[in-house]
Design a protein around this ligand. Structure first.
Ligand code: FAD
Length: 320
């Protein structure tokens, strides 16, 4: 039976959905589910992780883990991986995960695969699916000669189990070593948006150059408000300064995989598709019937977005 260690990411003492997915898939595999939570709310996160099947959770509530700093995290996380005797480590393919785990894996002379969209366990082994060539193909990846297998999953790929509030976890408090830090994070300026981050969003309404100007993004915000969605954008409009780069979806932006992606006035360049083609349902609104985005769409609406989007908003308001 494999020991599967899940790295917990949370906010305000709540588990991120991506973490619930990891705990659920670990639990469903039949392996022993272990977890690791760092930061001031580690105990609260450990309790929540128990509800998804974490039997034992390694924590440090030390304030220094409030913000990610590779100097601080890498050695400590590697130590916990060793202490846990995990042979598989699951993390989210978030910016933190993608920075931290390749370093930890290198330290432990092990392999790490990021951006995975599927996972299958067999005994101590694991096979993962990873999109390659900007999403044009998907590779099945196995680990070889890797003592620990580090897998970083994209969000919204796995089913979340029902939480069982009757379950509890054994908490193991780990004391971090004193480290001479080379860098120190002084301050983090948080985004003022109340909306769910693009990478965690269940529904995304995204706009491209077809929006014509910055002010027209208001149309997308209105639709997003009705749907409980987050607004994203193509690089063309971020580069034009219409919206901030934090909203960019694609190869050089964020990789997203919501249940519903509504692309408005986006042509579907390969670099944009690379960031959103694993969305479950893709709806494209474009006035050019030949736009490449239609080849990737579940539903296509050929029309002027300035007619279509307000009508959708109006109709959704009636039913939601
Ligand atoms: P366009 O290609 O100009 O498409 C606009 C679309 O709007 C057209 O299809 C048009 O038919 C439609 N339209 C116009 N008016 C209307 C209307 N009234 N109603 C409905 N439809 C309308 N791009 C990304 O998005 N993300 C990335 O991460 C990214 N990374 C890149 C990395 C590299 C190295 C390079 C070279 C490029 C990258 N790009 C990226 C840019 C990418 O190649 C495209 O240029 C970009 O995605 C195009 O954005 P767009 O679809 O908004 O604009």
């Amino acid at each position: 039976m494999s020991n599967i260690l899940v790295f917990i990411e949370g906010a305000n003492s709540e588990l991120k959905n991506s973490t619930k997915e990891l705990l659920s898939v670990a639990k469903n595999s039949g392996g022993k589910v272990l977890a690791m939570a760092l930061g001031p709310d580690a105990i609260a996160l450990a309790e929540k992780a128990a509800h998804y099947g974490a039997e034992k959770t390694f924590i440090s509530s030390d304030n220094q883990f409030e913000n990610y700093n590779p100097d601080l995290f890498v050695t400590f996380v590697a130590d916990i991986v060793k202490q846990s005797q995990a042979n598989i480590v699951l993390g989210s393919s978030s910016s933190l995960g993608k920075d931290l785990f390749p370093r930890v894996a290198a330290k432990l002379e092990s392999g790490c695969v990021s951006d995975c969209t599927g996972i299958e366990f067999s005994g101590d082994n694991v096979t993962v699916k990873k999109p390659i060539y900007a999403g044009k193909c998907t590779a099945d990846v196995n680990f070889e000669n890797s003592a620990v297998k580090f897998v970083l999953m994209r969000a919204n790929q796995l089913k979340i189990n029902e939480a069982d509030s009757g379950l509890s976890t054994e908490v193991v408090e780990v004391t971090p070593p004193t480290t001479d830090l080379k860098t120190l994070i002084k301050n983090i300026v948080k985004s003022t948006s109340e909306k769910v981050d693009l990478t965690e969003a269940n529904i995304i309404v995204a706009g491209g150059r077809g929006m014509k100007e910055a002010g027209h993004f208001k149309l997308l915000e209105e639709l997003a408000d009705v749907l409980g969605a987050t607004v994203g954008a193509s690089r063309a409009v971020c580069d034009a300064g219409w919206v901030p780069h934090s909203m960019q979806v694609g190869q050089t932006g964020k990789t997203v995989a919501p249940n519903l992606y509504i692309a408005c006035g986006i042509s579907g360049a390969i670099q944009h598709l690379a960031g959103m083609s694993s969305s479950k349902v893709i709806v494209a609104i474009n006035n050019d019937p030949e736009a490449p985005i239609f080849q990737k769409s579940t539903y296509g609406i050929v029309g002027d977005l300035f007619d279509v989007v307000p009508k959708l908003t109006e109709e959704f308001k009636k039913v939601l």
